[in-house]
Structures are given as C-alpha cells and as structure tokens.
Ligand binder design. Structure first.
Ligand code: ZN
Length: 181
C-alpha cells in the first residue's frame, strides 16, 4: 500500500531519472508512471517504477527505473493458452542493473534484501550496463537490482500480462493499492 503523496513523489523522481538518461517524458506521461510496491509497502527497497510507452496485444515497450539499491522481486512470466509467456529484452540506458537468472552461482555484486534468502533463489549474475542487453526467454525466473546510482533501462517484450506473473515470494500482490491522503 502506498499513499497518493508517496506515488506522486516517486513519479516525479522517476521522471527525473528518465530525463537525466536523455529520454523525454511529458507531464502527462509522468502522471502515468506506475509505482509498484508488490503489496510489500516498502517500495524503495522492493519495488519498481514503470513508464509504459505502448502495450498492444502483441508487443510492448517500457522504460523501467530502479532507484538506488532498489530491487524488483523474483518472478517469471508464465505461459497463457498457446502463448509460451512473455519474451523480454532488457537494454541498459543509464546506471548498471544486476540481473539474477537460473544458472551457476556467480553472485558477486548485489545483495539479497535482508531476510529474503528463500524467496530470491536465482544466484547467476548478469550485469547490464548502458548499451548492453539481455534476452529473457519465456518462463525464465529473474530478479534484478540497481546499484547506488539507480538505473534506467528498456524492457521490450511480447504481450504483457503482468497480473498473471508468478512470484517466488508468497507475500506479493502484483496490484499496488493506493490510498488517498
Ligand atoms: Zn520480468
């Protein structure tokens, strides 16, 4: 749960990150930036900011912002009907993002949010900096995190159905509840 004041402040801050990365954000787009707390109510630790440029039935382009040391919880995009699930291409714009996917343990740079070892199980580290990219095949488990400068990066993908995503942490609720204050 987030208050409207928290959401507005986070939208402003996320828009500033995106502009510093060299991408335009209109005032209207700023008000549409999704502030996601995954129902955990501490979005600056576990959360993400999402500016969706477009999302049709077939493809989507988003600009993702992580504030300094912010972590997006471990999740995967499951198959839906004949669709094998979202294929996602990440491309770094500003700052470095630490991605964690299945594979040999190469965990070095990041940290697991305190007390959450059993709900962040991927330990194979892939660092994505500006101009670098990573392709996540449908169904691949992943979580990611920014370093002390924060990060701005693209997510290009096939059809988005965020509401159906699976999360390792059973405490997560994908839809952020906003209360007016
Ligand atoms: Zn994802």
């Amino acid at each position: 749960m987030l208050t409207r004041t928290q959401v507005s402040a986070a939208q402003k801050r996320a828009a500033a990150f995106i502009r510093e990365a060299g991408l335009p954000v209109s005032a209207q787009e700023e008000s549409l930036i999704d502030i996601v707390d995954f129902g955990l109510s501490h979005h600056e630790e576990e959360g993400i900011q999402v500016l969706t440029w477009f999302a049709t039935e077939r493809q989507a382009a988003k600009v993702l912002v992580l504030f300094p040391n912010q972590t997006e919880p471990e999740h995967w995009h499951p198959p839906v009907g004949k669709d094998p699930g979202k294929e996602e291409i990440i491309r770094g714009i500003r700052g470095q993002v630490r991605f964690y996917v299945p594979g040999p343990d190469t965990f070095r740079t990041g940290f697991v949010p305190p007390g959450k070892e059993d709900v962040y199980v991927c330990r194979h580290e892939v660092l994505v900096g500006p101009g670098e990219q990573l392709i996540l095949a449908p169904g691949t488990k992943h979580w990611f995190q920014a370093g002390p400068e924060g990060a701005v990066f693209f997510s290009f993908s096939t059809c988005v159905r965020d509401g159906l995503d699976g999360f390792t942490d059973p405490a997560i609720v994908r839809q952020t509840v906003i209360v007016e204050d």
